[in-house]
Design a protein around this ligand. Structure first.
Ligand SMILES: [Zn+2]
Length: 233
């Protein structure tokens, strides 16, 4: 095996390892965050505060109605209980009861409106609760698949890393150093380029016939005169 070929094989492992690491990062991010779940959760929190506001509004009106009922009852008791002697007081009390009943009717209308507002908000709340449950279920399902994929990636990574060790042991240290240096510098970690139709397969620069021949013989490492990658062909 030529020196360049050994590095080219190593690169195939490394590119596979890079891919596994990238995918693992994607999975990590996807498991941490579910946009669908957090969106529904935000909507639910908002409607829950609407329900709370509407409920307390309704309760206040209810208390108002209760107060009016009690006042009406006590005035009517006075009116028909025979405690009032003067007719003027009698008439005043009758007026008072009438005006209280009018107010009570208005309160009744408001109470109905408030009740409807509560009901409406509760319907939305229940709908969002169901939507949240569904989104969370879907998320959990996705996570099962993602966790499974993550487990497979780990196994694959460990296998590749083990094979890589064996490969490295057969490559001279200076070659490994050049390879590592190029990999760190070059986009996507491509340090070794295949010669394709007499040109560098990565940057397209034409390789001299001497370089092509040297690359084939494999006794020395030949680099592309344009991009500096190790040529293998
Ligand atoms: Zn090149």
């Amino acid at each position: 095996m030529s020196r360049a070929e050994a590095l080219y094989r190593l690169q195939m492992f490394d590119l596979d390892l890079d891919k596994a690491v990238r995918r693992a990062r994607e999975i990590d991010a996807a498991i941490k965050d579910s946009p669908a779940v957090s969106r529904v959760r935000t909507e639910l929190t908002a409607i829950q505060s609407v329900v709370a506001r509407a409920t307390s509004e309704h309760r206040l009106i209810e208390l108002d109605a209760q107060g009016a009922d009690e006042k009406i009852a006590s005035e009517e008791k006075r009116l028909y209980g025979g405690t009032i002697k003067a007719s003027k007081e009698m008439m005043d009390t009758q007026h008072e009861v009438e005006s209280l009943k009018k107010r009570r009717a208005e309160v009744e209308g408001k109470m109905l409106e408030a009740m409807m507002a509560v009901d409406e908000a509760r319907v939305t709340e229940r709908r969002l609760q169901a939507a949240l449950k569904q989104a969370e279920g879907k998320w959990a399902e996705d996570n099962v698949a993602l966790n499974k994929e993550m487990g497979e990636l780990r196994t694959r990574y460990a296998g590749l890393a083990e094979q890589r060790k064996g490969l490295i042991s057969a490559i001279p240290k200076p070659d490994l150093d050049i390879y590592a240096l190029l990999r760190a510098k070059k986009p996507n970690g491509v340090a070794v380029s295949l010669i394709k139709a007499g040109t560098c397969g990565t940057c397209g620069e034409e390789a001299s016939s001497m370089h092509i021949q040297q690359a084939r013989q494999g006794a020395i490492l030949v680099t592309c005169s344009s991009c500096g990658r190790i040529l293998h062909g």
